[in-house]
Design a protein around this ligand. Structure first.
Ligand SMILES: *[C@@H]1O[C@H](CO)[C@@H](O)[C@H](O)[C@H]1NC(C)=O
Ligand SMILES: *[C@@H]1O[C@H](CO)[C@@H](O)[C@H](O)[C@H]1NC(C)=O
Ligand SMILES: *[C@@H]1O[C@H](CO)[C@@H](O)[C@H](O)[C@H]1NC(C)=O
Length: 413
């Protein structure tokens, strides 16, 4: 998706350049050593060689910052910290410890024979290091406090960092909740994207970007993460309980008895029909934006696709497949065994304040919905805005595709 033709090298090119550079350095070092040896013999006789010698000693131009993150070129490499995390550290004294602190990685080396395969398998399973933490990010308002509390209880705090964006600006009223002091509270809601920059959240294995109106009676975050890992999913969402939920797309409906489904074959409630041979979203390779979960690799890609000025992010869901780190029909799925209820409540903004924030929600029904007439206007406005943005997004996508001669659509047919 990146423009390969001009300007900055892409990541792959960059790392290729880095290895190339490394190779060149090795080769020139070897060459220098070789010449040095020869030169020692001949220096006396050919003093002119001395200058040639010193020219080869300094491969200055080879050190040109190919491997440094943008803007850090003026610093010595060793001091540059490329990522951050969201762990809170006290101003003095010891850090509050996680109950199961992230153990540093260790190396297990064993000489094995096939006969002991089963036993070795058991041993290695036990040595599994503690898995890295994941992140739950949610835009919340005080009205949904009770439900948000229930939701967060399903996320073990030893394995998850909780980040709340308070769209109504009320933060203090959450202090009484048990987990509140361990969550990160932000009230600059209109720019959630800032706080989820891939470099900031790269320490986390999975990023949950959830709406606040989900029922989690049949959901366990720990189990969910292990299913994603086992199934190799890079983008997913929990299935919706169809009896209690507001379902917008058939694809998200829970299939009883299944762990994960990656496609649907039946007729869709929307105009688009899905068959066994369907290869496009929303029949396969698709999740809705109300409860998406991204691997950190997928998130790094999706983040770049979020348009700063398109606040409802309509249309993004249809393009998620490009960020699936491989074939979208395989790496995107709906988790049936851990499922949720989508209440479709009037969240985000409520009745008093017209909201214009939150990229993670793309259904107008979740915006300010109210029976009172002046609030219906808000809903209509939001819907209109969302459709306009959808058109803008599609237009930008088409233009980007046209202009990038190096980009090939893996899904065109
Ligand atoms: C919402 O509206 C009320 C008054 O209607 C105002 O006091 C409050 O500051 C507003 N909140 C936000 C986040 O704009
Ligand atoms: C897919 O299957 C449907 C119904 O089984 C059929 O009508 C349609 O032509 C098929 N499409 C392709 C591209 O094979
Ligand atoms: C993705 O996988 C499906 C099913 O295996 C296959 O039909 C399709 O061609 C693949 N698409 C790409 C882009 O590899």
């Amino acid at each position: 998706m990146k423009n390969n033709s001009a300007g900055l090298p892409t990541k792959r090119q960059k790392s290729f350049l880095c290895s190339l550079l490394f190779g060149v350095v090795i080769v020139s070092a070897a060459f220098f050593i070789a010449t040095a040896i020869i030169v020692v013999d001949h220096k006396q006789r050919f003093p002119g060689l001395q200058r040639l010698d010193s020219m080869q000693v300094t491969p200055v131009n080879l050190c040109e910052n190919q491997c440094s993150p943008d803007g850090s070129e003026a610093l010595p490499k060793g001091i540059v910290v490329k990522t951050s995390d969201l762990e809170m550290r006290p101003l003095w004294g010891p850090r509050e410890k996680r109950k199961n602190p992230k153990s540093p990685m260790s190396l297990l080396a064993m000489a094995v024979g096939k006969k002991q395969k089963a036993n070795v398998n058991e041993m290695i399973k036990k040595k599994n290091p503690k898995s890295p933490m994941s992140l739950l990010a949610m835009a919340v308002g005080k009205k949904q406090k009770a439900n948000v509390n229930e939701m967060i209880k399903k996320f073990p705090l030893d394995d998850f960092v909780i980040m709340l964006f308070h769209y109504d600006g009320i933060v203090d009223d959450w202090k009484d909740l048990e987990w509140s002091s361990r969550a990160i509270h932000l009230s600059a809601v209109s720019q959630t994207k800032w706080f989820l920059h891939p470099d900031v959240v790269s320490e986390y294995a999975y990023i949950f970007l959830w709406d606040e109106d989900l029922g989690v009676q049949n959901f366990d975050a720990g189990r969910y993460v292990s299913i994603m890992r086992k199934e190799g999913l890079h983008i997913s969402q929990p299935a919706l309980d169809p009896e209690k939920s507001e379902v917008h797309h058939e694809m998200t409906t829970r299939e009883k008895g299944s762990t994960v489904h990656r496609r649907i074959e039946r007729m869709s409630r929307s105009k688009k029909h899905c068959y066994r041979n369907s290869t496009d979203p929303p029949c396969t390779g698709w999740v809705e934006m109300m409860a998406p979960v991204f691997s950190k690799e997928a998130w790094r890609c999706v983040w770049y696709m979020i348009q700063n000025d398109l606040i409802h992010a309509w249309g993004l869901d249809m393009q998620l497949g490009y960020c699936a780190q491989g074939n979208r029909t395989q790496y995107i799925g709906i988790v049936d065994s851990e499922y949720v209820v989508h209440y479709g409540l009037p969240t985000l903004g409520g009745s008093q304040n017209k909201t214009n924030s939150e990229p993670s929600s793309n259904e107008p029904s979740q915006e300010a919905v109210s029976k009172e007439s002046n609030h219906i206007d808000i809903r209509t406005e939001v819907r209109k805005q969302s459709f306009n943005e959808l058109e803008t997004f599609k237009r930008r996508w088409r233009k980007a595709v046209q202009e990038d001669y190096c980009w090939v659509d893996p899904y065109s047919h």
